[in-house]
Design a protein around this ligand. Structure first.
Ligand SMILES: NC(=O)C1=CN([C@@H]2O[C@H](COP(=O)(O)OP(=O)(O)OC[C@H]3O[C@@H](n4cnc5c(N)ncnc54)[C@H](OP(=O)(O)O)[C@@H]3O)[C@@H](O)[C@H]2O)C=CC1
Ligand SMILES: Nc1c(N[C@@H]2O[C@H](COP(=O)(O)O)[C@@H](O)[C@H]2O)[nH]c(=O)[nH]c1=O
Length: 595
């Protein structure tokens, strides 16, 4: 994974104060209000076509008047910024453009940035950076390079109103943000239940619990989703259509999850004249029925292991951003247990149906005590006609600011690192993608021992050399033995074990200057390793611009820790080495061009 994401529902972290006092507060309130308006516009963008990033743009004059607005209709259409510029016309010059999200570049022609630059916009306020790593920061850099002042919420400002505005920007693009940092689409579990917690009568009859008004809201929810999913039993009991019938926009794909494939021959879902249906089932289930479905135009996808996570990973790969789960309690419980549900939308109708066996919205989760109950976050309540709509998150929306261990020190070592934009490359185990950066990687180095003579010796790994150096130069035969034992240890793991346990059990054998020299010892060993193996040096250079973090959860000195709380000295040394190599290559390139 190249980007670490701070998962948090806590108030968003803000870096600096732009302005103080009443004047500052007024600015913040004004900026927050316009950003909220961009979010409203972006919401209009949701569900117009197959869900795509939701963009809104407002252009406001220096006197605080709205001069133009725009929102993205679909991926292949004019960007929101260009539409807002067209609407504002000559009022753009000297104005501020507000964007809920940093623009991407669907057409590869920088259309959004060009529109703002050419229109003479003076300042741009951005709610959140683009969540996708390859787009993150490019438009902001481009705007700044054109002399436009760009402020990003959460980076340049500090205030509660702006934090709230930023959060609404995260919410309006929650599916895209989830796509950027997890391998499953954003999933919403929606159900309608009676006041006594039933989603159907004991007989299984379930129409209609919620009011017509609530059901219209469900159609809108469907319209904003890539797919709606139910289980086989719901198909057998309800024969649903699962279409968005609010009269406009996009209609989601219907997905049925069924292990048995024991489904009726006649069902609304087999009519795919307007909307496709996909059945996901267990490999080998009812082959003849699969043929029947295929003849109706229904796609059948077989899974070796049919479970919500596998299914969601599959649809993520097919490009789905958001899924609405409209299943019953059995499948809902399975989906919650697999941690694929992010949000819950519950319509509670003021009705009581009773019934010992009447189904409830979530089946067995295996919990035995109320203290185990899942608590929803950011809960909202809204009355919809006679019903109460309760929504909340089971998992927080990931915040996109990378957590860089020892951020200030890192920026000092490598000024090209940007705490808001840089990707993070983690390495730890030798079989990881960048596992060769680990001290345990099997790359022997030739370094002087530092004992009586300065002869170069071969060390099977950086770890062997580093561990042995703890005991080098100590006038004690046991220390000499220890150095030799570590040098000849059969693996880096064994070398580490001997080095660490001797340090703990026989501290008198450790050289007195160890704490002062250990970073230098490691640096020399790394320099030798990366200079000896050209392919490792190339790999290190290929990470330029990224933050390197040894993701050891235990070692808070050499590693970055679980939450970025470690000092990450190994990562820092590698970045230092990388900067030195880059500097050397730019100097030699300069020399070549001047000769
Ligand atoms: N009020 C409301 O909001 C709603 C009410 N309902 C009602 O709920 C009842 C149906 O509930 P329920 O049977 O729980 O719902 P579902 O049919 O939605 O889900 C269960 C079915 O999903 C399929 N399935 C596939 N994989 C899995 C898995 N890994 N874990 C669990 N199920 C899997 C199975 O189908 P198969 O048996 O074919 O293998 C299983 O029987 C009906 O009475 C319906 O009317 C349903 C949806 C919403
Ligand atoms: N009963 C019930 C719901 N049930 C859900 O709606 C599906 C029927 O969709 P459709 O055939 O498109 O109208 C049904 O199978 C189940 O998933 N939804 C609600 O908003 N309120 C309700 O009271």
């Amino acid at each position: 994974m190249a980007l670490s994401l701070r998962i948090s529902s806590s108030p968003l972290i803000c870096r600096a104060t732009l302005a103080n006092g009443d004047n500052g507060r007024n600015h913040h309130a004004k900026d927050a209000a316009f950003i909220r308006r961009t979010v409203d516009l972006a919401e209009m963008s949701a569900g117009l076509t197959s869900p795509h990033p939701n963009f809104g743009c407002v252009i406001a004059t220096s006197s605080g008047k709205v001069a133009g607005e725009g929102y993205l209709y679909a991926q292949g259409t004019k960007p929101a910024e260009a539409l807002a510029v067209e609407a504002a016309g000559e009022f753009c010059r000297g104005s501020t453009a507000y964007l809920n999200m940093e623009p991407g570049d669907c057409h590869g022609d920088h259309a959004a940035v060009s529109a703002l630059v050419q229109a003479g916009i003076e300042r741009v306020v951005v709610g959140i950076r683009h969540p996708l790593q390859h787009l993150r920061g490019s438009a902001i850099r481009e705007l700044r390079s054109q002399g436009i002042e760009v402020n990003v919420l959460g980076e340049d400002f500090e205030s509660k109103v702006l934090e709230d505005a930023r959060k609404s920007c995260l919410l309006v693009n929650a599916p895209l943000i989830h796509r950027a940092c997890s391998r499953v689409p954003f999933s919403v579990l929606k159900y309608a239940m009676t006041l006594d917690g039933k989603i159907a009568a004991s007989s299984g009859h379930a129409a209609w619990i919620s009011s017509k008004l609530s059901r219209t809201r469900v159609f809108e929810l469907r319209g904003g989703s890539d797919a709606v999913i139910v289980g086989g039993n719901t198909v057998r009991q309800d024969d649903p259509r699962l279409t968005a019938r609010h009269g406009q926009g996009h209609t989601p794909t219907r997905i049925v999850m069924t292990q048995s494939l024991d489904l009726p021959e006649k069902a609304h879902l087999w009519d795919v004249s307007e909307v496709p249906t996909i059945i996901v089932t267990q490999r080998g289930a009812r082959k003849s029925f699969q043929k029947f479905l295929a003849s109706k135009g229904v796609e059948v996808v077989e899974f070796d292991m049919l479970n919500p996570r596998e299914v969601m990973e599959y649809f993520h790969l097919r490009g789905y951003l958001s899924i609405l789960w409209e299943c019953g309690g059995t499948l809902a419980a399975s989906a919650i247990s697999s941690s694929v549900i992010h949000k819950v939308v519950a319509f509670v109708a003021p009705k009581i149906i009773g019934g010992r066996n009447a189904p409830s919205p979530v089946g067995e989760l295996g919990m035995v005590e109320m203290t185990q109950a899942l608590n929803l976050m950011d809960v909202c309540y809204e009355q919809v006609g006679p019903d109460m709509l309760v929504t909340g998150f089971l998992q927080p929306i990931p915040d996109l600011i990378p957590v860089i261990p020892s951020e200030d020190a890192t920026v000092e070592i490598d000024p090209s690192v940007n705490p808001f934009e840089s990707s993070i490359i983690f390495f730890y185990k030798t079989w990881d993608l960048y596992g060769s950066f680990s001290n345990f990687s099997p790359h022997p180095i030739r370094m002087p021992c530092g004992e009586e003579n300065d002869d170069y010796m071969t060390w099977p790994s950086v770890e062997h050399y580093y561990q042995a150096n703890k005991f080098v130069g100590v006038e004690n035969p046991m220390a000499h033995d220890c150095v030799e034992k570590i040098r000849t240890a059969r693996s880096p793991e064994e070398a580490a074990l001997i080095g660490r346990s001797t340090l703990r059990q026989k501290p008198e054998l450790v050289r007195s200057d160890w704490e002062d020299v250990k970073i230098e010892v490691m640096y020399m060993a790394l320099k030798c390793k990366f200079s000896t193996y050209p392919h490792l040096k190339s790999m290190l250079l290929s990470t330029a611009g990224s933050v390197l973090v040894e993701s050891s959860p235990h070692d808070l000195f050499w590693g970055g820790g679980r939450e970025g709380e470690g000092l990450n000295y190994l990562g820092r040394l590698l970045m230092q080495l990388r900067s030195e190599y880059l500097e050397d290559s730019s100097v030699s390139a300069e020399n070549t061009s001047s000769t």
